[in-house]
Ligand binder design. Sequence first.
Ligand code: FAD
Ligand code: NAD
Length: 478
Amino acid sequence: MTNKYDVIVIGAGPAGYVAAIRCAQLGMKVACVDEWLDRDGKPVLGGTCLNAGCIPSKALLESSQLYARLQQDAKAHGIAVEGVSLDVSAMMASKDATVDDLTHGIAALFDTNAIEWIAGRGQLFPDRQVQVTLHTGEQQTLSAGHVILATGSVPVELAVAPLNGDTIVDSAGALNWQQVPQRLGIIGAGVIGLELGSVWRRLGAEVVLLEAQELFLPMADRQLAKSALNLFRKQGLDIRLGEHVKAATMTDAGVTIAHENDTDADTLTVDRLIVAVGRRPCSDGLAAAETELLLDEQGYIHVDEECCTSVPAVYAIGDAVRGPMLAHKGSEEGMAVAERIAGQPGEVNYDAIASVIYTHPEIAWVGKTEEALKQAGVEYRRGLFPFAASGRARAMQETAGEVKILSDALTDQVLGVHIMAAQASELIAQAVLALEFDASSEDIARTVFAHPTLSEAMHEAALAVDGRAIHMARSRRR
Ligand code: FAD
Ligand code: NAD
């Protein structure tokens, strides 16, 4: 049989659409199958990231932060702002416009790269055949030399708190409310709980987060996580750790949540509840049984380091496979797989993938934490620099947070960088470059940074590894 396509990609999120574009750039004939429908029921590209994840959440974080700053911070800069009011519908419309611009932009990129966009649900069959069920119900069978599975992830649901699309919702629902709930409950104080909790808190909701674990943000640096917990609580996020939700039921008063910790059982009544307890890979029914596509026990598509699945010439990337569920990780895998298909040496450095939590201040890190280094028995040195000692941070009145650099005690190679700061998401890029280029803390210390910038804190933290930070009292230099 002649293959109609060189590559079929199933899924057009940041993993799949990037893979499709890179394959097309490399001269391949590409089709991309995706089933997402927008709020008007029209097919749309971009997957979770653009339609219900990274982009809409960051749009609301920006808008809500501007609202909070006008109310709380303008005065300290000598600006009197009166009559600040909120139009939630307009804020949502602005967020939707950003999403639409970006998803239409991907459709335009597909056009210019001659990628065929097929709107419907794809299923993998043997011999790299893909059966597509179009939104009309009609079916088509396509085939290709290579198939890339990029079907992403969906929110984990909790049997004790069933979603009802209105008062009990997942993250997608909480990005579309047209009114500020007076009392908001969130199950899970992970990345989504903190980001969406921050949005609605800034807009005026009373927010309670019920987190099952005793440890706050276990994946982050302990010291930063501890300071962040204090700061977020001061912002009014009522974060309760070690709380197990037993039931969430609709009552006359709202949503009543029964929860308990090691010592007490209690109830909490809220107007709206967000369930944000993680995401799971989207792989149910993706492959016909005879295809022998191997999944692990949690439903992740099994892949090797090169994203090859158990089926020859079938690859899988993004949230549907092992590794952090992050858009940039999926996109890099998409590019690497496209390059490998073209016979080039595509590669992803999994040791240098930054994580960011877009709260205020933001928390960002790359590489190892102190805890991980201790556990692995690695001897390290560390340099710390607080933003309170940064001229630019003072001018911005954004002095919360610090930079921490960890380097190998013997070779001085940078092993991890942890930042809490107003713009940690931007600052972390230089740390990613340092890890990518195997830099030493001395390399960073000998680099000339522009003054006055927040980035100078990175320079000072590198100097502090060797006890020679300039803008720090002698006693605090280590
Ligand atoms: P997805 O984006 O989930 O796309 C998969 C696509 O495949 C979807 O369009 C889906 O409809 C389609 N699909 C699935 N099965 C089929 C099928 N059988 N046939 C056809 N189509 C199919 N990550 C970050 O890096 N930064 C952030 O700031 C960030 N913020 C987030 C905020 C929220 C609220 C959420 C929920 C997530 C956030 N993420 C963020 C995570 C990020 O969205 C995901 O890591 C990323 O979208 C994964 O990309 P992907 O391409 O693997 O999958
Ligand atoms: P998460 O893993 O970050 O947090 C989920 C939290 O819920 C955890 O702290 C967990 O202990 C808690 N939890 C689990 N079951 C619970 C229960 N029954 N009761 C109370 N708490 C419970 O997951 P998330 O916040 O849902 O986000 C999913 C994924 O999406 C993340 O892993 C991340 O990769 C991605 N994401 C990334 C960003 C970003 O990069 N800024 C933003 C949002 C989402």
